[in-house]
Design a protein around this ligand. Structure first.
Ligand code: TYD
Ligand code: MG
Length: 453
């Protein structure tokens, strides 16, 4: 059976979209779109295999408009920063994160700020439950449609009738493809239903956000296998219990990757944190052994973070190593470097390393902070609370140069830090902010001498 669908065509150049646009992205004319209803052939299953972007004939690059101008902002400043300006029509975005971290909340906040038709499909909650959450977030317009459904055929029918410019699928693990017998959430179901939504998104120029749950180990069937399919992958970080949340773009075909948005879960949904460094340091113990402040470049932004270490003697044959917020293997390497090069006795001690606030530090530039924290806990001696420490450590115990040193030091100075220990190799050409002493460390022993002298 042929299905009807509404399209908008530019009367000047023939550009087609799934929603009305004020200005044609192809030829730049204003008010040139005309609405028409077309009959759509029943879906050809083999046709699903073709690339969703392989439509039409070859175009000259100079006559092809970039998708940049089509982007619509989410009007959530921290999120627009992550998406480099906004969402591209027809793009498929994967929003991953642990259950309860705030995915549904931020999605509703995105929906709240738009005026075009939106379809919010939930396979987890009833419209009543979603409306209850929406009440906390403020006033919604008449453009947001809620649908509790898991069958993708039924969802497609609803899309045909509403013709949304934005589709939200919450979550992909609950969706089921009628042609498949495996349970929702299985790899095949997740992959096939995502492919289905991708085809719809591209055909209708309908931006689509799909939610994917990940567990703590990030190993569940789902988001990871989707990463290569979608245009953009956003991950939520943070502790469910704490208020602080980070949204990170790990892949973005339409903008910068690595950029982060920083939020706090408040009573009215997620609110941007104006000064992340200050927030990360609030409530830190002053002059406690094992607490060290470092500066990590999160996307284009320097952010201060607290690395904590607790080293305690043990009689166990295999001492415990517990790491949260940093790479487990990297920390083990640093422990070995300290043992071998700085002669700290760590093989008979349990070591716990934690990054405060649920932040994840992925940069090698944070090595020295972990080293300093471990050494401090081991010696039971505090590192000065107003000293910022960063730099990469090598296996020979050498301290290696890192990038953006000036910006990291300036960020520390802004928050009242009076000293910084940085790689020796980075000292050249550095401008020292007023009131900040900058010391260079060439190896881990020099670092330890500097911070405990
Ligand atoms: P939710 O968005 O449902 O998480 P997810 O979709 O990722 O599973 O919300 C997570 C938590 O946020 C939930 O425990 C309730 C809390 N919350 C607030 O603190 N403030 C709010 O305004 C809202 C809507 C939720
Ligand atoms: Mg949810």
């Amino acid at each position: 059976m042929a299905k009807k669908r509404t399209i908008f065509t530019c009367t000047a150049c023939g550009h087609e979209t799934g929603r009305w646009l004020g200005r044609c992205p192809s030829c730049g004319l204003y008010n040139s779109f005309e609405e028409s209803v077309v009959e759509k052939k029943p879906a050809d299953r083999r046709g699903d295999l073709r690339s969703p972007v392989s439509i039409g004939r070859a175009k000259l690059i100079n006559q092809t408009s970039s998708l940049e101008e089509d982007k619509f902002p989410t009007h959530i400043s921290e999120l627009d920063r992550v998406l480099t300006g906004g969402i591209v029509p027809g793009s498929l975005i994967l929003l991953g994160g642990e259950p309860g971290i705030g995915k549904s909340t931020i999605l509703l906040q995105i929906c709240k700020n738009q005026d075009f038709p939106i379809l919010y499909v939930s396979g987890e909650e009833s419209p009543g439950q979603i409306a209850l959450r929406a009440q906390r977030l403020g006033q919604f317009g008449d453009n947001l449609h809620l649908l509790a459904q898991t069958d993708i055929a039924a969802i497609e029918a609803e899309i045909e009738s509403i013709a949304p410019a934005l589709l939200v699928i919450d979550s992909i693990q609950t969706m089921s493809h009628p042609d498949l017998t495996s349970a929702p959430g299985s790899v095949t179901q997740v992959r096939e239903t995502a492919a289905f939504f991708m085809r719809l998104a591209k055909e209708r120029a309908m931006a689509t956000i799909i939610v994917g749950h990940v567990t703590k180990d990030g190993n569940i069937a789902g988001p990871r296998i989707l990463e290569h399919m979608v245009d953009c992958v956003l991950y939520f970080e943070g502790e469910r219990s704490g208020g602080f949340r980070i949204i990170r773009a790990v892949k973005n075909r339409f903008g910068a990757t690595g950029e982060v948005g920083i939020f706090e879960m408040a009573a009215q949904g997620l609110a941007a944190i104006a000064n992340p460094s200050e927030y990360m340091l609030s409530g830190r113990p002053i002059n406690a052994p094992g607490s060290v402040i470092t500066c990590s470049m999160e996307g284009s932004r320097p952010i201060l973070a607290e690395v904590q270490a607790l080293v305690a003697a043990t009689r166990a044959h295999n001492p415990r190593r517990v790491v949260s917020g940093m790479d487990y293997n990297r920390v083990n390497m640093l422990l070995a470097v300290l043992e071998k090069r700085a002669h700290l006795n760590l093989s008979e001690a349990d070591a716990y390393i934690n990054v405060a606030g649920g932040m994840k530090l992925t940069e090698p530039a944070c090595d020295l902070a972990a080293i300093a924290a471990i050494a401090a806990s081991c010696k039971n001696q505090a590192v000065d609370a107003q000293t910022l420490i960063f730099g990469e450590a090598g296996l020979a115990g050498e301290v290696r140069a890192v990038n953006n040193v000036q910006r990291r030091i300036d960020e520390g100075a802004k928050l009242g830090f009076t000293a910084a220990v940085v790689p020796q190799a980075n000292l050249k050409g550095l401008k020292r902010p007023e009131g900040v002493k900058v010391y260079g460390a060439g190896n881990v022993n020099e670092l330890i001498d500097l911070i405990f002298s």
